[in-house]
Design a protein around this ligand. Structure first.
Ligand SMILES: Cc1ncc(COP(=O)(O)O)c(C=O)c1O
Length: 428
């Protein structure tokens, strides 16, 4: 069974995270509960910064894509590890600033940033924006002028590369709401327009080609495409940002390449392509989210009802579900499940793990091998550190779970559980 690196099993079959008994923590803090390994997050941050330092002869920046998990604790940790922050909303920006980020190390993204958000970001001193359209360039120039600022701006390009797990296609034309099209001359025009603007400084090029990418090739292709485009513009572009999307493992059957191998291949491609284009080495930037926090997290639930429908399926119901993990309901994401106190028991059946929300689609997964689950068991779902808490909701007026972190041999809450009072806080 797939177990993330931060987890192990004690001789008596109990699940441990960094040596701590996971079921004991679940009983102390209650369920549902997000439990995270600080060591795992720190080593993921260092994997990016160390790989870039070793594999890339120019300057490099790793920005943590905070959409994967945004809270003060995670952002402070990423900041202390020397990462920048990538934010896509006023709320993510607010959290990054509250976590002590220097606004000059914050990259503001988004395909439809509002005027209010841009004004807030400029007033906060955010030093770097990624523009998603020509319209946004004009807006940024105008608002920067009003704010007396001159931020760096990179163009988010749509390079016509569609990357999925083990494959990618170079269509030259993709249907996406993100990015400035390269298949027409719009991207070249945008670069010229941006370079001529008074209140912004055209700093570079950006793309993000997908998520859960398991192989190097799409990153290599993206790097080559951006460098070729930089050569075509004839403009002095300092930065090349290859985005995020580095894939992680959720189940036994998934076999992503090592992240360091994917990153090193992309870095090498930038060096070669810059040489081919006769360009100086750009500053190489990347924006991992999932791969920084995903493997570090597990979600713990208490099993409630177990319903056998002979010849059909067995439902194991838990006290959370789509309100804390919507990824299966949203796009069929797969996970690995285990009973935290009976890790050495072999799977009894392939079950469907059902949430508590009033939606038939509220499932954590189907066909999940699991030992014989009984009411009261603590059930663990692995690799839930990314896009779980950040996508959580209060559907059915269910309070969001806390985040507890294993660090220095003890468990500590870094986000508290929501209360019923929290749920009515905004009701007038
Ligand atoms: C622009 C951009 N950068 C970075 C990321 C992070 O991707 P991942 O969490 O797959 O690393 C995303 C994810 O949607 C993104 O849109």
């Amino acid at each position: 069974m797939y177990l993330p690196q931060c987890c192990s099993v004690s001789p008596n079959g109990r699940l441990l995270m960094d040596g701590l008994d996971v079921a004991d923590i679940a009983r102390e803090y209650g369920t549902p509960l997000y439990l995270m390994s600080e060591e795992s997050i720190v080593s993921a941050c260092r994997l990016f910064t160390d790989t870039l330092k070793a594999a890339y002869p120019g300057q490099s920046v790793t920005a943590y894509a905070s959409k994967a998990l945004s809270c003060k604790y995670i952002l402070s940790l990423a900041r202390r590890e020397g990462l920048w922050a990538d934010v896509v909303s006023g709320g993510e920006l607010y959290t990054a600033l509250a976590a002590g980020f220097d606004p000059r190390n914050i990259i503001y993204h988004g395909n439809n940033k509002t005027e209010g958000e841009l004004t807030y970001a400029l007033a906060s001193g955010v030093g770097y924006f990624v523009a998603d359209s020509t319209r946004e360039l004009y807006l940024l120039d105008e608002l920067s002028g009003k704010a007396g600022a001159r931020p760096d701006v990179a163009l988010r390009l749509k390079p016509g590369i569609e990357a999925h797990t083990h494959e990618y296609v170079q269509t030259g034309k993709i249907d996406s709401k993100f990015g400035i099209p390269m298949e027409t001359d719009e991207a070249l025009r945008a670069a010229e327009i941006a370079a001529g603007m008074k209140n912004i400084s055209l700093a570079g090029l950006h793309c993000h080609i997908g998520s859960q990418i398991f192989i190097s090739e799409p990153f290599v292709c993206a790097a080559q495409t951006l460098l070729r485009f930089a050569g075509q513009t004839g403009l002095p572009l300092r930065d090349v940002n290859i985005g995020g999307g580095f894939g992680i493992r959720y189940t036994d059957s998934q076999t992503p390449e090592d992240i360091s191998a994917m990153l090193a291949a992309a870095a090498n491609a930038v060096v070669l392509a810059a040489g081919e284009q006769g360009l100086p080495l750009p500053r190489l930037m990347c924006e991992p989210g999932r791969s920084v926090v995903g493997p570090a997290g597990i979600t713990l639930y208490t099993v409630g009802g177990v319903k056998h429908i002979p010849g059909v399926r067995t439902y194991v119901s838990v006290d959370g579900g789509m309100t804390d993990n919507i990824r299966h309901a949203l796009y069929g994401a797969e996970y690995t499940a285990a009973l935290a106190e009976r890790m050495r028991e072999p799977p009894d059946a392939a079950v469907t793990i059902a949430g508590r929300a009033c939606e038939s689609g509220d499932l954590i997964g189907t066909n999940m091998p699991l030992a014989n689950a009984k009411p009261g068991d603590i059930l663990a779902i692995f690799a839930t550190g990314a896009y779980n808490y950040s996508m959580a909701s209060n559907y059915n007026r269910v309070p969001r779970p806390p985040i507890v972190v294993a660090r220095g041999g003890r468990a500590e809450a870094v986000v508290r559980r929501e209360t019923y009072e929290d749920l009515t806080r905004c009701d007038l």
